[in-house]
Design a protein. Structure first.
Lengths: 560, 316, 392
C-alpha cells in the first residue's frame, strides 16, 4: 500500500478498513518525558566491606553455581576468602538491607563456601609463577596485611620477600585466632597460594634486630611494614606483672604454636573484646573453669555477639560490671585471686558507650589461679624505626600507606591500632596498588567509590517471600572440648538457598520484572541483560517502580 | 543411598534458585507489538499482552468500543499479530459467538475466539449479549478488562466504578453512591463452566488461567483487574503496585468458580493490608473521608469473608 | 424428512416457509434469529431443517435482533454464509448492525417481513420498517408473491456475494407471510448449479492477521465509504445479470422493475409489494374499459434502477405512486424517490402520491380504481400526497 495517501487510487483502498500495517511504524518514544536507564548502584554490603568486595556479584555467581567465577571475584579484593569466611566479623551483614526485611544474608558463610571451594578445586589449576628479579619488594610481617600485599604484588610478577619474626608465617592468623575458628591447615593452604606465585618467606627474623630499613632499601624497591599491634595493654593494677598474670595475645600465641602454657585450674579473663573471648574459650577447651570479667554490660562488649554467644554456649561464665582492682598473691607469690570492684553505668563516653562508674565500697574477691589480661592491644612503638612519623596509634601514613620516608609504606594494625583482619587485607591491597603505581606498572590509582549505597527504602520487596537465614551448621555442645573447627560450612543446597535470598541491591540480576511488566514491550532481552527500546518506550516508569533492587533510574528526557 | 543422593543432585541442577519470574512464558513469542496507542502505564495493554501469551497464535480477538479500539491503532495500523475484529459497543459477546459458530461450521473449531471488552461494554451496554452467550454456553473466552469507568470516552462512570470514586459524571461533591456491580457473580449465576478473576500484577496467575480457559469447552469468563493511571488520577509507574495492592487488601481477590458453584481462592495474602493503603495512592479517592474509608473496609472484609465461606463450602 | 422429498417439487407454502426453503437450498451456514410476529415460521422451519440435519448450519438462538445481526456479521467475517430474518421492531433494533454489515461489506441476507411500527402494537403490513432502513446501504428487494420470495432469497445470496453488500428480501406481513400459495421449490441440484459455495473475499485469517474496522480518520474514510456507492452501481448490473441467469436456469425472471402495459399508457401507477398483485387486475379492468393505464412494479428499491424508471415513466402523461408507507412531515417514500429521479428530466410528468393501507388496512381493487379515477380527473396534483381510505 502506497504510503503517500495522496497517490493512492481506488484499487489501493481496501473495501473496508482492514489494517495490515503494524504499529511498529508508530514510534511512541516521542511521547516520553522521562526515560529509564539501567544503572547499577552500590550495594550496601560492598559499601560496608572494608575490602570493598563485590559481594553482590559473587553471591549472584554462586546462585548460578558458577563457584569458580565467584571465587575469583572475591580474589580481586580479598585473597583469602577461606580465612575471612571464617574469622571476619562481617560488617557487610550488618549493612545488609535484608536485615530490615527478615534476616540478613549469610554473606560470611557464602564467602567461606567459595573460599573452601577455591582452595579445593580452583587453586590446583593455577600454575607456578616465577617472579621477575628486577623488581623486588620486602614485606615485614606475615599477618593479613602483609600476606595480602604479597599476594597482589606477586600476582603481577613482582618478586616479594616476606620477613616474619615467628617460626611460621600468618601473623595473628596463626598465633592469635584459635584453631576452632581458623584451622591451621586452611591457613597453610592459603599461604601456599603465595608460594606458588614465588613469594619467599623468611621466618624467625625480627625486624629491628635482624633487619633495618636502610639494609632493606638497598636490596628492595619498596618496603611494606605490616608488623601489627601485638602488645597487650596493661591493667594498671598492683601485682599485674607477676607470674600467673598472662598477656592475652601471648597466651594465644603459645597455645597456637603448640608451646606449653602453665594454666591454673581456675582462670579469669579480663576484657570484653574478641581477644578476651578467644582466651576464655581456649582456656575452657584446656579444661579450666573459666570466667570472663567485663566492666560494662553485654551490650557494650566490643566482641562480636556471635562469639560471645558461642562462649556462653561452651560454658564460659561471663560476669558484667566488674573491674579489677588488685591481683592477690599467695605467700609463694602465685596468684590466688583478684580483688574486684562492682561498676554501674553512667553517661556515655567518647566511644558512645556508657561509662562504667565504680560503686564505692563494693570490693569483693574472686578466687583464681591464672589471670589473663586482654583489654586491648597496642602497637609496640619501640619497634617502629625512629625516622618514621607516628600517630598516637602507630605509624603515620596517608590513605595509600605512604609514610614520610620514600618507598617505605605501612599498613594494617601497626597504622590504625587493633582492627579487623579484613581491614588489614584492604590496607595490604591498597598498598600493593600504590607500590605497583610507584614502580610504573599501573597507569593511575583507582578512585574511591563515592556513590551512596542503596538503602532498604529504595527497594521493592513485594517480590520476596519472608525466609530466615540458613544457619551455619555447627558441632553441638558435646564436640566442643577439642580445637576442632566448630562451624561445619554450608552444603551446596544450603548455599544455593541462602544465595537465592540475596536482594541484589542496586545491581540487575536478570529477574525479568522490567521485561514482564512493560505495557509497551519496550524491554528487549539480550544475552546478558536488557536494553530499553527507546523508539517505543513511553517513560511510564513501571520498570523502575517494579525493579526489586532499584537498578533502574528515571531521568527527565533530554537530561542525558 | 547413592541413588538418593544422585536424585537430589539432579533436583538441585533442575531447580533455579535465582529470583526469576515467568520462566516458561519467556519462551513464548510475544503476539503484540510496541508502538500502540495506550497511555503510558496502561493496565489494559498489559492485560492483552498476557492474554495472548497464554492463548497463542491461533486466536481471534473481538474488541467492542473501548480503550482497545484506539490502542490497536487507527487504520491502517494494527498492533497485534493475531486477527482483530472491531465491533459495536454492546456486541462483543455475540460477535465472538457468531465468529466461533462460523469457524466451527468450517471445521476450524480449534481457533480460540477471545472477546476482550471493557467494563462498560460488559456490565452496562454489553450485559445482554453476555448473558445470552452465557445462557447458550457459546464456546468463547470472554475477558473483561476492568478499569472501572468509561475511560475511552473520558472517564465517565460505569456500573463497575467502585463506591465513592470520582469520575467525570460523578464529579466533586457527588461521587458515585452505588457500589460496584459484581459481574463475576452475575456470570457465575449462569452456571458457565469457568469463571475467574485475575490481576495484571500477577502475570503468572493470569496466564495460567487463560491457558486453563483455552482447554475448556463452553463460555469462560475472566475478569481482569487492569488499573488505569490516567483515569484513576495517579502516576503511571504506580500501576502494578495498585494492581497488587487490590489483591493484597482482598478488595479484588483472585479466585475461580467452576460450573458457577465450586469456588476456589487462588491467593491468600500473607498479610491482609488495610484498604487505606490502596485508596490513598489514587487521586480518584483523594476526597474520601475517614468514615467512608471505614465503610469501604467493612464492605471489603464482609465480601472477603463471604468468599471464604463460599470457597469453604465447595472445598476450595 | 428427506431433502429430495421436499424439494424439486411444487408445494403449497406460506411466504414465510418460502423464505425457509430458499435459505435451505442456498446452503446457509450460520443462522441467527430472534422470533417476532410475523416472521416466526421462517425460523421455526429452519430450526427443524437444522435439527434434522437437512441443513448443515449452526442455528444461534440469540437473545435479541441486535445480537442476531451481530452474530451474522461475526459469522460472515469468519468466512461463512449467514442469514437472519426479522420484522418491524426487530429490524429497528438491528439498525446499528445493518449499518455495520454494510460498512463491513458482508453479503448477509436478511429477510424482512414488512410490518407496521408501534405503538399501538400492529402485526399487519406496511412498509415503514424496511423503508426506515433505506439509507443504511443495504440492497432492498420487494416481493409480490411467495414464488418470488423463494426465488429472490436465492438470487439475494448470489447478488450480495458478488458485490459484497448485505441484501434485504422483503415480503408483506400476513398477506404473503401467512398466506399459502403454490410454489415451485427447485431441487438442490438446480440451486447448486446456480449458486456456488461461498468464497469469502475477506475473512479473519490467522495466516495474515489484520484488524478490521479500526479508527478511520477523515483522510481515509471518504474513499472507503464511496466504494460502497460504487458497489451499489455495480449491483444494478449484477442484479440484472443474476436475474437473467435465473430466468435461463429456472424459467422464471422478475427484472429489476416490471412495467405492465406502460408503452402507451397515459397514466402509470407505481406500486411495490402485494399491492402490485391487486393493481394488475385493476389495470386489466381499466384497459377493458378503454382507459390507457399502465403499471410499474418496483422490485429493486436499492440501488434504485434510475435509468429504467426514467425510461418508462417519462413516456406517461401522469404518474400515480402508491405508497404503503409515509415519511412524516414529507410524503410517501416511493413518491419522493420517483420525484427525485425525474426532476432533472426535460420531460417529467406530474406525479401524484397516494398513501394507503398503513397498519395492514386492506387495499382493495376499488381503492386503486378510485385512485386511477382521481388521477384521470386532475391535471396536476394539488397536494404533495393524498391519503386514501383513512377516516380523517
Amino acid at each position: 500500500m502506497a504510503r503517500n495517501f495522496k497517490e493512492m487510487k481506488e484499487a489501493d483502498y481496501p473495501i473496508c478498513a482492514i489494517s495490515l500495517e503494524t504499529t511498529l511504524l508508530n514510534k511512541t518514544g516521542t511521547w516520553r518525558i522521562f526515560r529509564p536507564r539501567y544503572e547499577n548502584k552500590l550495594p550496601p554490603c560492598q559499601d560496608a566491606c572494608p575490602a570493598g568486595e563485590d559481594i553482590q556479584r559473587y553471591i549472584y555467581l554462586a546462585s548460578k553455581r558458577d563457584y569458580e567465577e565467584g571465587y575469583r571475584t572475591i580474589l580481586e579484593r580479598n585473597p583469602f576468602p577461606a580465612i575471612t569466611g571464617r574469622v571476619c566479623f562481617h560488617p557487610c551483614e550488618d549493612a545488609c538491607n535484608r536485615k530490615e526485611y527478615d534476616e540478613p544474608i549469610g554473606i560470611h558463610n557464602i564467602e567461606r563456601f567459595l573460599g573452601d571451594y577455591g582452595l579445593k578445586n580452583v587453586e590446583k589449576k593455577e600454575k607456578r609463577k616465577k617472579p621477575e628479579e628486577k623488581r623486588r619488594v620486602a614485606i615485614i610481617g606475615s599477618g593479613p596485611a602483609g600476606l595480602a600485599c604479597a599476594y597482589y604484588l606477586s600476582r603481577e610478577g613482582i618478586g616479594v620477600e616476606v620477613f616474619e619474626k615467628e617460626r611460621l608465617p600468618g601473623g595473628l592468623l596463626r598465633t592469635g585466632i584459635p584453631a576452632y575458628r581458623l584451622p591451621k591447615n586452611i591457613l597453610d593452604k592459603e599461604i601456599e597460594k603465595l608460594e606458588k606465585n614465588g613469594v619467599k618467606f623468611i621466618t624467625n627474623t625480627t625486624f629491628g634486630k635482624d633487619l633495618t630499613l636502610d639494609v632493606l632499601l638497598e636490596k628492595f624497591s619498596a618496603v611494606f611494614l605490616a608488623i601489627g599491634a601485638q602488645k597487650e595493654r596493661d591493667l594498671e593494677i598492683p601485682q599485674e606483672e607477676q607470674k600467673g598474670v598472662l598477656e592475652g595475645i601471648a597466651f594465644l600465641r603459645s597455645v597456637n604454636l603448640g608451646k606449653g602454657v602453665h594454666l591454673g585450674k581456675r582462670v579469669l579473663v579480663i576484657g570484653g573484646g574478641n581477644t578476651a573471648v578467644d582466651c576464655a574459650r581456649v582456656a575452657k577447651r584446656l579444661g579450666r573453669i573459666t570466667t570472663l570479667l567485663y566492666r560494662r554490660t553485654k551490650q557494650e562488649m566490643p566482641a562480636s555477639p556471635e562469639e560471645v554467644a558461642e562462649a556462653e554456649k561452651e560454658g564460659v561464665k561471663i560476669e558484667f560490671l566488674i573491674a579489677p582492682v588488685k591481683v592477690l598473691l599467695t605467700r609463694q607469690k602465685t596468684v590466688k585471686g583478684l580483688e574486684c570492684l562492682r561498676m554501674k553505668l553512667g553517661a556515655p563516653d567518647s566511644s558512645g558507650r556508657r561509662r562504667p562508674i565504680p560503686i564505692k565500697g563494693s570490693n569483693f574477691t574472686i578466687p583464681a589461679d591464672t589471670i589473663i589480661k586482654a583489654i586491648g592491644e597496642v602497637v609496640e612503638l619501640e619497634s617502629i624505626p625512629a625516622e618514621l612519623e607516628k600517630t598516637e596509634w602507630g605509624i603515620k601514613t596517608d590513605i595509600w600507606g605512604n609514610t614520610n620516608k620514600k618507598n617505605i609504606l605501612a599498613g594494617g594494625d601497626c597504622v590504625t591500632g587493633p582492627r579487623t583482619v579484613v581491614a588489614a587485607i584492604a590496607a595490604g591491597r591498597r598498598t600493593a596498588e600504590k607500590i605497583r603505581f610507584d614502580l610504573g606498572m599501573k597507569e593511575k590509582l583507582s578512585d574511591e567509590d563515592k556513590r551512596e549505597p542503596v538503602r532498604f527504602a529504595q527497594l521493592n520487596t513485594f517480590y520476596f517471600e519472608k525466609q530466615p537465614q540458613v544457619k551455619m551448621p555447627q558441632i553441638e555442645k558435646r564436640g566442643r572440648e577439642t580445637f576442632k573447627e566448630i562451624n561445619l560450612g554450608y552444603k551446596e543446597e544450603e548455599l544455593l538457598t541462602e544465595a537465592g535470598r540475596c536482594f541484589s541491591c542496586g545491581v540487575c540480576n536478570r529477574c525479568d520484572n522490567c521485561y514482564v511488566f512493560c505495557p509497551d514491550l519496550s524491554v528487549k532481552k539480550l544475552e546478558d541483560g536488557y536494553e530499553f527500546d527507546y523508539d517505543y518506550c513511553k517513560g511510564c516508569g513501571i520498570c523502575a517502580a517494579e525493579c526489586p533492587r532499584s537498578a533502574i533510574t528515571m531521568y527527565p528526557e533530554g537530561e542525558i | 543411598m547413592r541413588q538418593k543422593l544422585k536424585r537430589k543432585r539432579q533436583e538441585l541442577i533442575n531447580k533455579d534458585f535465582s529470583p526469576k519470574r515467568w520462566q516458561e512464558a519467556n519462551q513464548i513469542e510475544e503476539l503484540m507489538n510496541p508502538g500502540h496507542f495506550a497511555c503510558p502505564g496502561c493496565g489494559g495493554a498489559l492485560a492483552m499482552r498476557y492474554a495472548l501469551k497464554a492463548l497463542g497464535k491461533n486466536t481471534i480477538v473481538v474488541i467492542p468500543a473501548c480503550c482497545w479500539s484506539i490502542i490497536d491503532g487507527p487504520f491502517p495500523l494494527h498492533c497485534l499479530k493475531v486477527p482483530l475484529y472491531h465491533t459495536a459497543f454492546e456486541t462483543a459477546a455475540i460477535m465472538a459467538s457468531g465468529i466461533k459458530a462460523g469457524l466451527e461450521i468450517q471445521g476450524k473449531g480449534d481457533i480460540s475466539v477471545l472477546a476482550f471488552a471493557g467494563d462498560g461494554g460488559t456490565a452496562d451496554i454489553g450485559i445482554q449479549a453476555l448473558s445470552g452467550a452465557c445462557e447458550r454456553n457459546d464456546d468463547i473466552i470472554y475477558a473483561c478488562y476492568d478499569n472501572e469507568a468509561y475511560m475511552n470516552t473520558g472517564i465517565q462512570r460505569s456500573s463497575a466504578t467502585p463506591l465513592f470514586a470520582w469520575t467525570t459524571t460523578t464529579p466533586e461533591g457527588t461521587p458515585k453512591g452505588e457500589p460496584k456491580k459484581n459481574m463475576v457473580e452475575i456470570v457465575a449465576a449462569h452456571r458457565i463452566p469457568y469463571t475467574a478473576t485475575c490481576s495484571v500484577g500477577f502475570p503468572e496467575d493470569m496466564i495460567a488461567k487463560f491457558k486453563k480457559a483455552k482447554e475448556i469447552r463452553g463460555l469462560k469468563y475472566i475478569h481482569i483487574y487492569a488499573p488505569c493511571p490516567t483515569g484513576w488520577r495517579m502516576a503511571p509507574d504506580l500501576m502494578i503496585k495498585v494492581a497488587c495492592l487490590a489483591v493484597e487488601t482482598c478488595l479484588f481477590p483472585l479466585y475461580e468458580i467452576e460450573e458457577g458453584i465450586r469456588y476456589k481462592i487462588n491467593y491468600f495474602p500473607k498479610e491482609k493490608l488495610p484498604v487505606r493503603d490502596y485508596i490513598r495512592i489514587q487521586g480518584r479517592f483523594s476526597h474520601l473521608r475517614e468514615r467512608e474509608i471505614e465503610l469501604i473496609q467493612k464492605k471489603v472484609d464482609f465480601e472477603w469473608d463471604l468468599l471464604k465461606k463460599r470457597a469453604g463450602l465447595s472445598g476450595g | 424428512m428427506k431433502l429430495e422429498a421436499i424439494t424439486g417439487t411444487k408445494k403449497v407454502v406460506t411466504g414465510n416457509h418460502a423464505v425457509s426453503y430458499g435459505v435451505l437450498l442456498s446452503r446457509a451456514q450460520v443462522i441467527a434469529a430472534y422470533p417476532i410476529t410475523p416472521q416466526t415460521q421462517i425460523v421455526e422451519l429452519l430450526s427443524e431443517f437444522c435439527a434434522t440435519g437437512l441443513l448443515k448450519a449452526k442455528f444461534i438462538k440469540v437473545e435479541s435482533e441486535h445480537s442476531a445481526m451481530s452474530a451474522c456479521v461475526g459469522a460472515a467475517i469468519s468466512g461463512v454464509r449467514a442469514f437472519t430474518a426479522t420484522s418491524a421492531h426487530g429490524l429497528a433494533l438491528m439498525h446499528e448492525m445493518l449499518h455495520w454489515a454494510v460498512g463491513a461489506r458482508l453479503p448477509i441476507v436478511v429477510a424482512n417481513v414488512n410490518r407496521a411500527m408501534g405503538p399501538g402494537w400492529s402485526v399487519w403490513t406496511d412498509q415503514n420498517d424496511s423503508l426506515s432502513q433505506r439509507d443504511v446501504g443495504m440492497i432492498q428487494l420487494y416481493c409480490e408473491s411467495n414464488q418470488e420470495v423463494l426465488d429472490t432469497v436465492i438470487q439475494a445470496f448470489k447478488i450480495g456475494e458478488k458485490v459484497l453488500l448485505p441484501v434485504m428480501v422483503i415480503l408483506d406481513a400476513f398477506v404473503l407471510s401467512h398466506t399459502s400459495e403454490p410454489v415451485d421449490i427447485p431441487s438442490q441440484e438446480m440451486v447448486d448449479n446456480f449458486l456456488p459455495p461461498y468464497k469469502p473475499q475477506h475473512y479473519l485469517n490467522i495466516e495474515h492477521p489484520a484488524s478490521y474496522g479500526g479508527l478511520t480518520n477523515p483522510d481515509h474514510y471518504f474513499e472507503i465509504r464511496i466504494k460502497i456507492e460504487m458497489a451499489h452501481r455495480a449491483a444494478l448490473k449484477v442484479a440484472e445479470e443474476v436475474d437473467k441467469e435465473f430466468q435461463e436456469k429456472f424459467g422464471r425472471g422478475y427484472g429489476l422493475v416490471e412495467p405492465v402495459n406502460c408503452d402507451d399508457a397515459k397514466v402509470i401507477i407505481v406500486t411495490s409489494g402485494t399491492i402490485t398483485g391487486t393493481a394488475r387486475e385493476v389495470i386489466d379492468k381499466e384497459r377493458r374499459k378503454g382507459r390507457k393505464v399502465g403499471l410499474l412494479k418496483i422490485r429493486l428499491f436499492r440501488p434504485t434502477p434510475r435509468e429504467r424508471i426514467r425510461e418508462i415513466l417519462t413516456r406517461a402523461e401522469k404518474i400515480a405512486v402508491i405508497d404503503r408507507n409515509i415519511s412524516f412531515g414529507h410524503s410517501g417514500i416511493f413518491a419522493q424517490e420517483i420525484k427525485s429521479i425525474l426532476y432533472n428530466e426535460p420531460r417529467r410528468p406530474p406525479i401524484f402520491n397516494f398513501i394507503i393501507g398503513l397498519g395492514g388496512r386492506d387495499v382493495r381493487p376499488e381503492d386503486i380504481e378510485e385512485i386511477i379515477d382521481y388521477v384521470f380527473k386532475k391535471d396536476q396534483p394539488t397536494e404533495d400526497f393524498t391519503l386514501r381510505g383513512v377516516r380523517l
